[in-house]
Write a protein that binds this ligand. Structure first.
Ligand code: PGA
Length: 261
């Protein structure tokens, strides 16, 4: 696991966008796994800047969704499909034909989950999966005690996650759905490169537990320790409880530029 400490959220976004741009130059039809939430926004802004500057071509790029609310119509402004269309696809000029995600309105939820896992495999697998982290250590919507080998499935949100997400529903926690479909931890770990981005002190405990704690279902992001190519990008606030912060700083500063993350 590589840990990169950046000065602020903007530089974290630029670092991750550069990794995506490098990937797309090497593999123009790469499948990018994207996340919702506030943390990844600087990544999408920086990647859009690359695209508008003409130094990366996303015309063949494909986008895969990480998780989705159950029961929100796809056209609801806060369905993750709508959010990703608004925050990722439109700014990058990528059409919905290059997008894949689970159907949060399916009658047969389990069937929709299994179909999505199959679709990801048939698409050749995710090349780079971007993740945020919850204050409780969740990745995707895999809340604490999720199986570390779980597949895409329905989950129930913790009250804390619903409170955290109420800001997207005009502060109305009752409007936040209780159920979600999320790529499982086992599904996420199949991506070739997993990049977790965390910013702000509120994430410091979750980051320390994920990076330096034991691999445990109580902290789902700790499963990334089992991935051969996992990168954790944190700003100073999110890094503030890491015991090995100086080592991580030294390691990244000594890394040749061409290597990327
Ligand atoms: P946030 O959400 O980026 O909005 O903090 C992260 C998450 O819950 O995974």
């Amino acid at each position: 696991m590589e840990v990169v400490i950046v000065p602020d959220a903007k530089s974290g976004g630029e670092l991750v966008a550069e990794a995506m741009a490098r990937l797309l130059r090497r593999k123009p039809d790469a499948l990018l796994g994207v996340a919702t939430g506030s943390t990844p926004l600087p990544v999408y802004e920086a990647l859009a800047a690359h695209v508008h500057a003409g130094d990366v071509d996303v015309s063949r790029a494909r986008i895969a969704q990480l998780d989705e609310y159950v029961g929100l119509p796809a056209e609801h402004p806060e369905s993750y499909r709508s959010v990703l269309r608004r925050e990722v696809l439109e700014p990058l000029g990528i059409g919905m034909d290059a997008f894949m995600g689970p159907d949060g309105t399916a009658q047969d939820v389990q069937g929709a989950c299994e179909a999505y896992d199959r679709a990801l495999a048939e698409a050749g697998g995710v090349d780079l999966q971007l993740l945020g982290i919850g204050t409780d250590g969740h990745i995707g919507f895999n809340e604490p005690c999720s199986s570390l080998v779980s597949r895409t499935r329905i989950k129930t949100l913790t009250e804390q996650t619903r409170v955290d997400n109420a800001r997207f529903f005009d502060g109305d926690v009752d409007a936040v759905p209780h159920h979600v479909i999320t790529q499982g931890i086992g599904t996420i770990l199949e991506a070739r490169h997993v990049v977790l981005l965390a910013t702000g002190e509120a994430k410091a405990d979750a980051v320390a537990a994920s990076v330096e704690g034991a691999v445990a279902a109580m902290c789902p992001a700790s499963a990334l320790q089992l991935h051969p190519h996992a990168t954790v990008v944190v700003d100073e606030g999110a890094a503030s409880k890491l015991k090995l912060a100086d080592y991580f700083r030294h390691t990244f500063a000594s890394k040749p530029d061409w290597q990327g993350i």
